[in-house]
Design a protein around this ligand. Structure first.
Ligand SMILES: [Zn+2]
Ligand SMILES: [Zn+2]
Length: 352
């Protein structure tokens, strides 16, 4: 373990506007504690706005080709190890048909770490807000950023501090070195404490050898209360992800995203009311694990929450995309449930 050293490099731009936005600097200049009540900000820092604006302008040109429609892009829909599993591909018996199918071009069984990109029109063009950057983030971005004409990452919101949610923070360096000056990260205090160990050099940049380029991240501590990212209200959805371990889902508009959950506390259900689109963890087809919903439990939760539409995510290799979706389709006829598996690269228009 590496101790957090506590010194940081100077922020490369004026902090005056932070004060204007009533943001409280604490711990380091790269850590901002978000007030618990009644704040609103959208990172309008004059000193950097010009440089960001040029990016936004370029980005809006790309966005114009797809309209100004808000949307979700599924960057990854698979469990931590990814699908296909290497151990299945090297198994002499070749008994795992899902992993074999996952190697075929365009297969919906090919899944990287769970993550979504939320795109919505802001005052300075389309905004790209990423939820989680896991250890396969580079590979996800490689597949979908050029394909969908994406360029900036306007913020990253973290669900929890497992490797499949934060392992890609290092890869953000390509953006902050070559696309934009920094990326705001929104993270719960407990997960920030973990990052001090796993990504100590992104927090305490004084340990970085001069001239070496690392991601330039601006950490914002969030609480289990709504916060604003580029004018979009985000409501944390606290859930359990294994006994005693908290993870956060997020609600924006009438979309609820819960990627890592083994139990939903009673106090979170009211936050899920009138959900249009629920994106929910469903690891395996037969049963739940100690840290994730299996499909039967996930379906029970859908019956309880009653969203208009549900897309499952976080599937392991036992979930065959076509077979499971065929089964789920039948539930529409029998129970009126609109439930399907998501897949990497899926684009879903949303209203925010
Ligand atoms: Zn397999
Ligand atoms: Zn996890």
């Amino acid at each position: 373990m590496v101790a957090f050293l506590g010194t940081i490099r100077p922020v490369p731009y004026s902090l005056r506007s932070f004060a204007n936005q009533r943001l409280q600097l604490s711990l380091s200049r790269f850590l901002i504690s978000v007030p618990r009540h009644g704040f609103s900000f959208s990172f309008p820092k004059r000193s950097i706005q010009a440089s960001l604006h040029s990016e936004s302008a370029r980005n809006s040109t790309v966005a114009a080709s797809t309209g100004e429609q808000s949307e979700i892009i599924f960057m990854g829909t698979g469990t931590s190890e990814g699908i296909p599993r290497l151990s299945c591909l090297t198994d002499p018996s070749q008994k795992c048909s899902v992993c074999r199918k996952a190697t075929e071009p365009g297969s919906k069984n090919r899944r990287l770490n769970t993550s979504i990109l939320v795109r919505f029109p802001g005052s300075a063009g389309m905004r790209n807000v990423l939820i989680d950057a896991g250890k396969f983030f580079y590979h996800s971005a490689l597949r979908w950023f050029p394909t969908y004409g994406l360029r900036t990452i306007d913020a990253v919101i973290i669900t929890h501090s497992h490797a499949d949610a934060i392992g890609g923070l290092d890869d953000l360096r390509d953006w902050t070195n070559n696309v934009q000056p920094f990326i705001p990260i929104y993270v719960a205090k407990r997960d920030f404490e973990v990052m001090k160990m796993t990504h100590y050099y992104l927090i305490d940049t004084s340990v970085v050898v001069p001239g070496a380029a690392v991601s330039s991240l601006l950490f914002n501590i969030i609480h289990e209360e709504p916060f604003i990212v580029h004018d979009l209200k985000i409501t944390p959805l606290p859930v359990w992800h294994g006994q005693g371990y908290r993870s956060l889902g997020y609600r924006f508009g009438d979309v609820c995203y819960i990627s890592d959950v083994s139990d939903i506390p009673e106090e979170t259900y009211p936050l899920l009311k009138d959900c249009e689109l629920l994106i929910l963890d469903a690891l395996r087809p037969d049963r739940s694990s100690s840290t994730h919903f299996g499909l039967p439990r996930a379906l029970d939760e859908v019956r309880k929450i009653q969203p208009k539409r549900t897309l499952f995510t976080g599937m392991m290799h036992l979930m065959d995309h076509e077979e499971v979706n065929e089964y789920l389709l039948k539930l529409k006829g029998t129970e009126g449930l609109d439930v399907q598996l998501s897949y990497d690269g899926l684009r879903v228009p949303i209203n925010l």
